[in-house]
Design a protein around this ligand. Structure first.
Ligand code: LMR
Length: 299
């Protein structure tokens, strides 16, 4: 993924610096211990200018988590300030062909903020991760149908990486048949299915006392791998430009087809029924509200 001569840059933000650098040492040791054949070097730094210098892929996995008593608006603002700096530095020092993938929450809006700072890199280089939601949806459909998950295809995520997201089950197939023919319980699809996928992140935090880690890392590998694989069809959050009724200036999860390594086109021809339209409107509303909260941070 990083190419034979590309070192992996490890960077931590917003933690007491000595503790963070010590933790970074541990992460680097673990990476070494994985004996990845493509890992040719590691640079440990807390300086974004060094971290992103000439980077082809900038994976922004960190963000400030919500603390006790913090309002969503405060979280958006605090993270907004972090992603302004990250966006500016990436735009200044990353490689000419740089691609940016944002994981840290609120991922869609953080991605929008970082992209808004870029004068050199085009907005379509900045994507946010909804692949974890796609993977979660695939597993839930397979479990309900009692089938191997590899038989579940074409399940895509629309909107925000938050409980408002919409996993568009009507377009999914199971064993080559419409998912809605295999799972005829439409109340389950519209209710518990959407809710389980949307609130899975919170359920994991409640169960293990920490945010998803292994599944999020795995989803990011999926996100990048499919973005460098021409022909792959997958969900990522991108600048909407108005597709599927999303506000043109928000970053919304949509299905895309990878065209050339790192580039994609949005698949725009999925038809939406009334239920889907109401879900799309709700997640769009949330994205627009998030944008409004951070309007003063966007040039
Ligand atoms: C997840 O979906 O697992 C995470 O985004 C949840 C979170 O808030 O960290």
């Amino acid at each position: 993924m990083f190419g034979p001569d590309q070192p992996v840059i490890l960077q931590l933000i917003e933690a007491p610096i000595e503790k963070a650098m010590k933790a970074l040492e541990g992460v680097a040791m673990e990476l070494d211990d994985c004996a990845f054949p493509l890992l040719k070097g590691i640079v440990q730094t807390d300086d974004a200018k060094i971290g992103f210098k000439d980077a082809n892929w900038c994976l922004l996995i960190g963000a400030k988590p919500r603390g006790p008593g913090m309002e969503r608006a405060d979280l958006l603002k605090d993270n907004g300030r972090i992603f302004i700096t990250q966006g500016q530095i990436i735009d200044a020092v990353a490689a000419e062909d740089a691609r940016i993938a944002v994981v840290g929450n609120p991922a869609n809006t953080n991605c929008m903020i970082a992209a808004s700072q870029a004068k050199r890199l085009p907005a379509d280089r900045f994507t946010a991760m909804v692949r974890l939601d796609q993977n979660r949806a695939q597993t839930q459909l397979a479990k309900k149908a009692g089938v191997d998950l590899t038989t579940v295809k074409n399940i895509f995520i629309y909107g925000n990486h938050s409980p408002s997201m919409f996993p568009a089950f009507a377009h999914a197939t199971i064993g080559g048949r419409p998912a809605t023919e295999v799972i005829t319980d439409s109340a389950w699809l519209q209710g518990p299915f959407c809710e389980t996928v949307g609130k899975r992140g919170a359920a994991i935090i409640a169960a293990r006392g920490a945010s998803s880690a292994a599944s999020a890392a795995n989803a990011l590998v999926d996100h990048v791998r499919e973005l460098v694989t021409p022909g792959a069809i997958h969900s990522i959050a991108v600048k909407s430009n108005g597709v599927y009724g999303f506000d043109a200036n928000v970053w919304a999860g949509v299905p895309v087809r990878t065209t050339t390594p790192g580039s994609y086109e949005v698949i725009t021809d999925y038809k939406m029924d009334d239920f889907a339209k109401s879900k799309l409107a709700a997640t769009n509303k949330e994205l627009v509200e998030e944008r409004a909260f951070v309007a003063d941070l966007i040039p």
